[in-house]
Design a protein around this ligand. Structure first.
Ligand code: UD1
Length: 389
């Protein structure tokens, strides 16, 4: 059984890693990994492949950066002939990036069944590029793997057939748990001069709504400067934000590979961190401030307080079960919420249902059930059940 698995951007790599580990236990599956090349810098891509022990891509489409239309079209144009010659029984896509949408659309138009991992999440904010990617990918996929109960409600509300839905848990949490022995050994603390006891916060930012508008970014940076009077703030910087930060100028840059034996102070910007270093750094933080979707989930399981620079989240379980709170981008509110949270750290109410490190096992189990080897049409005809335990 040949399955094409597509990954294009940083969070995709984390999601496919446990799937590949699981597939190795089933020699009847022949996985073909296609990297779209949406993320291509070494710290955004290669580092994740080596940290997460992912096999090198069989094919790299090398699409690179561009406008949404251009990036989506490039993936489609380059993927179509590849899928035609590989001729898989299934294409599996993960997450909600442009590569996810473009790959699902290409496959479905070639008549190849599509499975979507992390389906059904909705922010109900259509100005968010990922929301469009999620809506379209789910509408055209044949099998939908869900991380949380809210996703089932969203998809049923959109009229999607219940039989396509499988609540399986969260492959990102599989990765967090499986690689724990490795991220616990990360040398990031020594490299950053952190003594393991003194408090610090971690910040990540990359959403266009926060970083592309200079006023919004300025507001967030002003709040971070104020907050850094209370504890050092470590800020691994996504490449789309770096030019704006360099223009802003009031932040210090630090090379994490230089040995620093004094505690960092203020807002300290770092080059993007690999997976193991990033999780290790977040795991001991007093506070994480972010606009990332995945980090809301990871902090939920790490039990680290998370404040999200957004007014909505497509991952409500991180609020009901986890440590996440939505705080927008107003500087006064950011500082107030952060100081309050430092004084009153929230306690997660236990991991969300099925976030037990076995999501990949469930996903591959369901695919094997639905796609017995030698019956390429099985996906279209086999019935499934709504919630898989
Ligand atoms: C993408 C996803 C977003 C995801 C994020 C994770 C879409 C619409 N967005 O956003 O959902 O949360 O990845 O990081 O798919 N760049 C580099 N080197 C790289 C990659 C990007 O320099 O390896 C710079 C380029 O200037 C590029 C910009 O970052 O134009 C944005 O990259 P892009 O892949 O378009 O979107 P992200 O912001 O990374």
């Amino acid at each position: 059984m040949k399955i094409v698995i597509i990954a294009g951007a940083r969070p995709n790599f984390v999601k496919v890693a446990p799937l590949f580990q699981e597939i190795r236990r089933h020699p009847q599956i022949v996985p073909v990994l296609i990297h779209t090349g949406q993320h291509y810098d070494a710290p955004m891509s290669d580092q994740f492949f080596s940290d997460l022990e992912i096999q090198p891509p069989d094919i790299n489409l090398g699409v690179g950066s561009g406008s949404h239309g251009m990036q989506t079209a490039e993936v489609m144009q380059r993927l179509e002939p590849v899928l035609g010659s590989v001729n898989p029984e299934l294409v599996l896509v993960v997450g909600d990036v442009n590569s996810t949408l473009a790959s699902a659309l290409t496959a479905v138009k070639l008549g190849i069944p599509v499975a979507h991992v992390e389906a059904g999440l909705r922010s109900f904010d259509r100005t968010m590029p990922e929301e469009i990617n999620r809506l379209v990918t789910d509408a055209i996929s044949d099998v939908l793997f869900l991380t949380e109960e809210s996703a089932a409600n969203n998809l049923l509300h959109e009229g999607i057939d219940r039989e396509k839905l499988h609540l399986v848990g969260n492959v990102m949490i599989d990765a967090l748990q499986r690689f724990k022995p490795r991220w616990e050994r990360s040398s990031i603390f020594r490299r950053l001069g952190l003594d393991g006891r003194s408090p610090y916060a971690v910040v990540t930012l990359h959403r266009p709504s926060n970083v592309d508008d200079p006023d919004t970014l300025q507001n967030i940076l002003t709040a971070l400067q104020e907050l850094s009077n209370h504890l050092p703030i470590l800020f691994p910087v996504h490449p789309r934000v770096k030019p704006q930060l360099l223009r802003y100028g009031h932040v210090a840059w630090m090379e994490p590979w230089e040995d620093k034996w004094c505690l960092p102070q203020g807002v300290v910007c770092l080059e993007p961190l690999g997976y193991l270093d990033c999780i290790a750094l977040m795991s001991r933080a007093r506070l994480v401030l972010t606009d990332s979707g995945g980090i809301q989930e990871e902090t939920t399981v790490l039990g680290v307080p998370c404040l999200t620079f957004r007014e909505n989240t497509e991952r409500p379980v991180t609020i009901t079960h986890g440590t996440n709170r939505l705080i927008g981008a107003d500087p006064g509110r950011i500082v107030r919420e952060a100081l309050w949270t430092l004084e009153h750290p929230p306690h997660p109410s236990g991991p969300p249902p099925f976030w037990d490190g076995r999501a990949a096992e469930r996903i591959i189990g369901i695919l094997l059930e639905r796609l017995p080897p030698g019956s390429p049409q099985a996906m279209a005809t086999t019935k499934s059940f709504a919630h898989h335990s």
